[in-house]
Design a protein around this ligand. Structure first.
Ligand SMILES: Cc1cc2nc3c(=O)[nH]c(=O)nc-3n(C[C@H](O)[C@H](O)[C@H](O)COP(=O)(O)O)c2cc1C
Length: 149
């Protein structure tokens, strides 16, 4: 069984898309130096991510705010794990904390990499002043809000 976004249980076979299971992993991390703060650093992240995630059939969304990053990744287990290994080796990220890692029935993101353009509004909507102490529940809420936006 897997739980959906409302906590209801669903049979695992309902999340088989094509012939593989889809997963969503959400992590929070500190960003190092000017990562996420300068246009150039954001453009570099988006450029590489767009290329790699398209290749690996990963869809994702990232929020960069005030020295923190919240990143949701959707794809096959093997591809999510491979990306997480690269992210853990990336010196632009520090203290990666996985908040959610679960099978999903459907993707919430449609693009290989999308940037949240209103992080303050998103955080306010879930009652958080900053990303530093975000919980699993708030991370799921933000992803759901992002899809509804
Ligand atoms: C905040 C942040 C988010 C990132 N997201 C992704 C991503 O979704 N996909 C990806 O391939 N690389 C992402 N990267 C970059 C990876 O850490 C790594 O540098 C990259 O995947 C290496 O790709 P390459 O082996 O093609 O050079 C991200 C980096 C940062 C700092």
């Amino acid at each position: 069984m897997v739980t959906d976004d409302n906590g209801a249980e669903k049979p695992v076979k309902s999340v088989i898309i094509g012939n593989y299971l889809l997963y969503r992993l959400i992590y929070a991390s500190e960003t190092v130096g000017s990562t996420g703060a300068s246009t150039l650093s954001v453009a570099q992240i988006l450029g590489v991510s767009e290329r790699n995630n398209r290749r690996d059939d990963i869809t994702s969304g990232v929020m960069l705010h005030d020295g923190w990053c919240l990143h949701a990744i959707e794809g096959r287990r093997v591809d999510v794990d491979r990306l997480m290994r690269r992210l853990r080796e990336d010196r632009r990220l520090d203290n990666i904390r996985v908040l959610v890692d679960r099978p999903i029935a459907e993707r919430r993101f449609s693009e290989p990499m999308s940037l949240c353009d209103n992080p303050k509004a998103m955080l306010k909507a879930v009652g958080l002043p900053e990303l530093a102490r975000i919980t699993r529940y708030e991370a799921e809420r933000i992803v759901a809000l992002k899809q509804a936006a």
